[in-house]
Design a protein around this ligand. Sequence first.
Ligand SMILES: NC(=O)c1ccc[n+]([C@@H]2O[C@H](COP(=O)([O-])OP(=O)(O)OC[C@H]3O[C@@H](n4cnc5c(N)ncnc54)[C@H](O)[C@@H]3O)[C@@H](O)[C@H]2O)c1
Length: 259
Amino acid sequence: MTRLAGKTCVVTGGARGIGKAICAAFAAEGGDVVLTDIDRAGGTATAAEIGCRFLPLDVRSEADWTALAAAVPIADVVVNNAGITGFEESPGPHDPEHASLADWRAVHATNLDGTFLGCRFAIGAMKGRRAGAIINISSRSGLVGIPGAAAYASSKAAVRNHTKSVALYCAQQGWQIRCNSIHPAAILTEMWEPMLGDGPDRAERMAAFVADTPLKRFGLPQEVAAIAVMLASDEAGYVTGAEFNIDGGLLAGSAASPG
Ligand SMILES: NC(=O)c1ccc[n+]([C@@H]2O[C@H](COP(=O)([O-])OP(=O)(O)OC[C@H]3O[C@@H](n4cnc5c(N)ncnc54)[C@H](O)[C@@H]3O)[C@@H](O)[C@H]2O)c1
């Protein structure tokens, strides 16, 4: 369990969910983890549980990234994980016809601006060593249209594309700085709680959400973290500009697939 030994690993949105699982997996592999989150209380508690450092960071804030760069001038791995669907902040609507410009911008500010600033920070923190791994958490929603969450889908599609620009830019400079994206589908985290509820129909709702998923279940945050460990480690030294689906087989077929 030393695949990340000697590597400084910065993770955004690490207080809970997929980010927390990534921090725990990186620490278990010997990484020196810097867990960051906008949620100070949650981030402090999770970092204490894992046994790693916590630094507050709102991914939308350029000033916060500047402060992080002063505190962590050299990094080997950066995971841009912090993201929102938009429903936490505003009930919507979030469809292309009725969404407000404010709601559209709020989702892009966290998911896209946050990832842009995170990649920029990562390049600055990695170029001294001319090597490193940047991992952007996009979504399967970045690969298909989502009519009821248009800003989320748009922002995650842009994260996928920006990943490839960063990968090519770093390669052009002659650096071994790799940049890849992960595309999870339904992963059971707190993000889903408002949609699942805790009423008697919770199990029914859960089954309905994964009815079209070939593996017929939600994914686990630890299953996403396992891919992040692989991409962060030197085993993935020749992998850059790539995208990894973790979706229970959802995108393997389509409505047009014969039965
Ligand atoms: N859970 C899923 O089914 C799923 C599927 C596809 C993609 N994703 C993506 O995976 C990532 C993590 O999702 P999750 O399910 O763990 O979410 P979550 O809501 O459980 O956790 C998100 C974390 O990000 C933090 N955060 C939110 N805004 C922030 C900001 N501006 N700056 C810093 N931190 C901020 C929150 O405090 C929280 O700790 C997100 O980018 C999400 O879009 C999740």
